[in-house]
Design a protein. Structure first.
Length: 362
């Protein structure tokens, strides 16, 4: 049986490993229903999907209709206004074949301007609160890739949960967001447990893959020699943090079985795992807030700085170099204008770090 944790002030007891529904949109209806139902049969009861994830909601609704009351269903709206988000919510209820959604989440809130619009008098948050008062939704959450923005969002007291990227190479949320969520009793869910991708890596050509489940020799040495071992290690790291649930994207029955097994067996990290995952990031690591950009020279500064952390702190030099080589604009294009440093809330010496990155990667 999957272990459960309290999901913040929702008081929901959720399995520590859930089901991320993005990838089932690529399956046929029959196969998707089979995968979702198999996950449920394996003990997974937290299912996360989104209005804009293809037909994920429809497939999930079909698979879970007769066991609806035994599941926690979370979905999202990417709309920002009351009218559009109300349409989203009605559509989600219909597709999920339910009259109530456990958790409705504001999707992809990655900057303060978007947050302000979503929380305004004509924003999506108003729809969520009104539908909650009518019993159409139980709780309201927020999702995004920028821990700094999400921290400010949950400090308003309007959100019961927060969904954020976190994994062995994406640890920004651990610095401020997760401790703040704990203090405010906001439930923390983790997305992208197996991918280094964040919203700032859009210019990368993704060759090699940003997935941790890859054939990169350095990742295999660090996390495991096959996909099952890698997933096992990566999920265990996340579950050792102060979070309620992680939602790996699942598209096959075998993936569901591996995820459920981790949720059943996790106790705490072994000393060997603690040593293996212990990484000293130093003083000059990028929090991926994105406020340093845009760069006049079109550098994806956050991506370069993150790949340089992979190179130095994590020792994943070959993988990091390949990722860097996939960027369209390299660090040598920096002209030293230091505009990025003026905008960085963490006062990082970005120009100097870019110089070191240029030297290391070439």
């Amino acid at each position: 049986m999957l272990q459960k944790r309290r999901f913040g002030r929702t008081d929901l007891q959720v399995g520590i490993v859930g089901f991320g529904g993005t990838w089932i949109s690529e399956n046929s209806v029959d196969e998707a229903v089979k995968v979702v139902r198999h996950a449920y049969d394996c003990g997974i009861t937290y299912f996360d999907t989104a209005r804009w994830d293809g037909d994920s909601e429809e497939k999930m609704g079909a698979a879970l209709q007769d066991v609806r009351d035994h599941c926690v269903i979370a979905t999202k709206t990417g709309s920002r206004t009351k009218r559009e988000s109300l349409q989203d919510l009605r559509s989600s209820l219909k597709k999920l074949r339910t009259d109530r959604i456990d958790l409705i989440q504001l999707h992809g809130i990655d900057d303060e301007k978007t947050l302000a619009k979503a929380m305004g008098s004509d924003g999506v948050l108003q729809t969520c609160k009104e539908t909650r008062s009518k019993g159409m939704v139980d709780f309201i959450g927020i999702t995004g890739h920028k821990p700094l923005v999400l921290k400010k969002a949950i400090e308003t007291g309007e959100f019961d949960t927060v969904l954020v990227p976190l994994n062995v190479v994406t640890r920004q949320a651990l610095e401020e967001l997760v401790p703040t969520a704990k203090a405010l009793d906001v439930g923390v869910a983790v997305m992208k447990p197996l991918s280094a991708k964040t919203s700032n890596l859009v210019t990368c050509l993704y060759k090699p893959s940003l997935s941790l489940v890859s054939d990169e020799p350095e990742l295999k040495v660090w996390l495991g020699q096959n996909s099952g071992e890698i997933v096992f290690s990566a999920l265990r790291y996340i579950l050792s943090q102060d979070v309620a649930v992680t939602i790996p994207g699942i598209r096959t029955t075998s993936e569901a079985e591996v995820a459920a097994k981790v949720g059943e067996e996790f106790n705490q990290l072994t000393k060997e795992e603690q040593n293996r995952f212990n990484v000293e990031l130093g003083k000059f690591w990028c929090r991926d807030c994105g406020l340093c950009m845009p760069c006049p020279q079109n550098l994806n500064i956050a991506a370069i700085l993150r790949f340089h952390i992979f190179y130095g702190a994590y020792g994943l030099k070959k993988w990091a170099t390949k990722l860097y080589d996939g960027l369209e604009v390299k660090a040598d294009k920096c002209n030293g204008c230091r505009q990025c440093e003026d905008k960085c809330p963490y006062k990082l010496p970005i120009t100097d770090v870019l110089k070191r990155a240029k030297s290391d990667f070439t």
